[in-house]
Structures are given as structure tokens and as C-alpha cells.
Ligand binder design. Structure first.
Ligand code: AVJ
Length: 323
């Protein structure tokens, strides 16, 4: 019996993804798989790093414009609505918004979606404690599955996609994803998307290559995950984290670099992969945008920009969109 048939369904999906990604040229793995429980904890640490500005910038926007953002997301005539958050993580920023909405008295249900069960359990526990009056309907799924569920939701809704998560998509995927987000929106529904803005290239690059090496550990954790979940034998000493930022297209790209010629066996695939010295696995894109690009992207996806909010330094933008 092949090992893949005794793996859990999610491990089978991961195995399929790894087989596909490591057969590509150049080799690639999706940043979606960073977020096992250890990866989610490392991302929590990243958000506190001095170099990683996006989280603080978006926090500043929510602190400064909280009431205006809450008003922009609530259905115009009042009434019950669902606040769906894709990639909720620890929900720290969202709590500012949830407080505003609770204070405004509009009835709503918060439906956080996250791929990490550990992150979700933590979020639900802190919400129970900090905002006991809040209705919470947690969803532990990937975005695609959550979007499918969203299509059948009957009532008003506002969908949050914060933290520059949209930056992980390449241009074609991004447009496709926005169209899928736009499809189930009624005219009164709203979308709030956080975009990291183009700025000093050195600041951007530093945010993805911090001095303490937390981002490196986050990237390398993907290999630890493959060792554990797929019986791979990646030796972490033979891999290093590398990031570049291209100001021509706004792309931060992260790589795992093989520091020698090596072979890696993946038991779940019953397969050995060859890596040349200094060959890379592309593991993440984190695109940065300009406001004109955001407007053009919205138009391409059949959405209009209702309103947008930036922090004082214009590092980040939270954009309210409608169909
Ligand atoms: C969670 C996707 C927004 O791209 O900035 C942080 C993930 N990767 N440092 C980002 C990440 C490396 C982060 N997002």
C-alpha cells in the first residue's frame, strides 16, 4: 500500500502540492503551507519585529479611522449582517473594528476563516473573554472552500481580507481571486482589503529579512513541516532563507536556497528530489502596490473603490470596495 493512502486527506493534499511544486522549473511551494501551528506562531513573532511595519501601519489605520471603517462596512439600512474575515489569524486588528461595530449596535455575526486550527482556537478563546457579547461563527478552511460557502450565504455581508494577504497572489491569481470575491456581493455588500504600498525599497526588503532571523525561521519551518507530515528528510543546515524586492513590479519574493548539491527523499511520495548547489525553491510572493494600481485592479475585477484609508506615513491602505 503506498504511504499516501494512509495519510489524512489534508496530508494527501499537501503531498500532491509538493509533488507538483518540486517538479516545476524553477521549483516552488505555496506560502499557504507556512501556516501550521508553529508557522502561525512564528508569524505572530514577525508582526512584532521592528522591521515588519505592515501590521503596525494597518493598526494605525484602524485606530485612526475605526468609526469611519465600521460605518463603511455596515449595511446602509441597518439590519443583520455577516462580517467574514479571510485569514483572520489572531484577529488583533479586527478586534478594534469589532468593538466599533458592537458599540454602533448593528447586529452582526463575525465569521473568521483561517487555515490554522490552532490560531482559530486561540482567537475564539480571546474573543469569548474580551468581547463576550459577540456572535462568532469560526470556519477552519482555506480561502477557496470558504468562498464556496460564501456563495450560498443569504444575508448582507462584509468581507475582510486584511494584512496585505492579497500580496501573496501573483497578478493573474489576484485578479481571479478578486473576481471570485466580487461574484457573491450584492450591491449593499462591502469588501475591505488591506494593501501594502510601495515605499523605500530598503525598508520593504528589511521587513522580509529581519536581523533576528525570525522570517528565516518562518520560511525554513516549511521544510520542518514536510519532514514531519510527509516523512521528508530535508536537513535544515543545508538550506538558507533569501529574499529580494523588485521595485519595478512591487514583488517581494522569498526563496529557500540549497547551499550544496543534495538529494531529498519524501517518503509520502516515495520519491527523491535532486537539488543543484544554490538552486532555489520559490516559497512566497508579497506584492506591494500603488494607489493607481489598486484602482485599476478593482476596475478589472468589476469592483469600485468606495473609500480608502491610509496611515499618516502612507505605508499601507485599507480599501473599501463594492460590486
Ligand atoms: C501574512 C502574507 C501578509 O506577506 O507580509 C511575513 C507573510 N511572510 N513575512 C506578508 C510574511 C514573511 C505576510 N502575510
Amino acid at each position: 500500500m503506498p504511504i499516501s493512502s494512509i495519510l489524512s486527506p489534508s496530508a494527501t493534499e499537501l503531498a500532491r502540492h509538493v509533488a507538483e511544486g518540486l517538479h516545476r522549473a524553477p521549483k516552488a511551494l505555496s506560502s499557504m503551507y507556512f501556516y501550521d501551528d508553529a508557522g502561525s506562531r512564528l508569524f505572530q513573532q514577525i508582526m512584532d519585529l521592528p522591521e515588519y511595519y505592515p501590521t503596525r501601519a494597518e493598526f494605525a489605520i484602524f485606530r485612526e479611522h475605526g468609526p469611519a471603517i465600521a460605518a463603511a462596512l455596515s449595511p446602509a439600512g441597518g439590519g443583520d449582517f455577516a462580517l467574514v474575515e479571510l485569514g483572520a489569524g489572531d484577529g488583533a486588528k479586527t478586534k478594534l473594528l469589532l468593538r466599533e461595530l458592537l458599540a454602533a449596535g448593528t447586529p452582526f455575526t463575525y465569521a473568521p476563516v483561517d487555515i490554522s486550527a490552532g490560531a482559530m482556537t486561540g482567537l475564539v478563546a480571546t474573543l469569548k473573554e474580551e468581547l463576550p457579547a459577540l456572535n462568532v461563527a469560526p470556519v477552519v478552511e482555506d480561502y477557496a472552500t470558504a468562498l464556496t460557502q460564501l456563495r450560498t450565504w443569504p444575508g448582507s455581508k462584509a468581507v475582510l481580507f486584511l494584512g496585505s494577504n492579497i500580496g501573496n497572489f501573483g497578478p493573474a491569481e489576484r485578479l481571479d481571486f478578486l473576481r471570485q470575491l466580487a461574484a457573491p456581493l450584492a450591491p449593499a455588500d462591502r469588501l475591505l482589503i488591506g494593501f501594502d504600498l510601495q515605499k523605500d525599497p530598503r525598508r520593504i526588503r528589511a521587513a522580509y529579512d529581519d536581523a533576528q532571523g525570525v522570517t528565516a525561521a518562518f520560511n525554513l519551518n516549511l521544510l520542518t513541516r514536510l519532514n514531519r507530515e510527509l516523512g521528508a528528510d530535508f536537513n535544515l543546515a543545508y538550506w538558507q532563507h533569501y529574499t529580494d524586492y523588485n521595485p519595478l513590479n512591487g514583488a517581494v519574493r522569498s526563496f529557500l536556497v540549497s547551499n550544496r548539491a543534495q538529494q531529498v527523499h519524501v517518503a509520502a511520495l516515495d520519491e527523491t528530489f535532486e537539488f543543484a548547489a544554490w538552486e532555489v525553491i520559490h516559497t512566497e510572493n508579497s506584492y506591494k502596490f500603488t494607489l493607481p494600481q489598486i484602482k485599476a485592479l478593482a476596475a478589472d475585477a468589476g469592483l469600485r473603490v468606495v473609500e480608502y484609508f491610509t496611515d499618516a506615513a502612507t505605508d499601507f491602505a485599507d480599501v473599501v470596495l463594492a460590486a
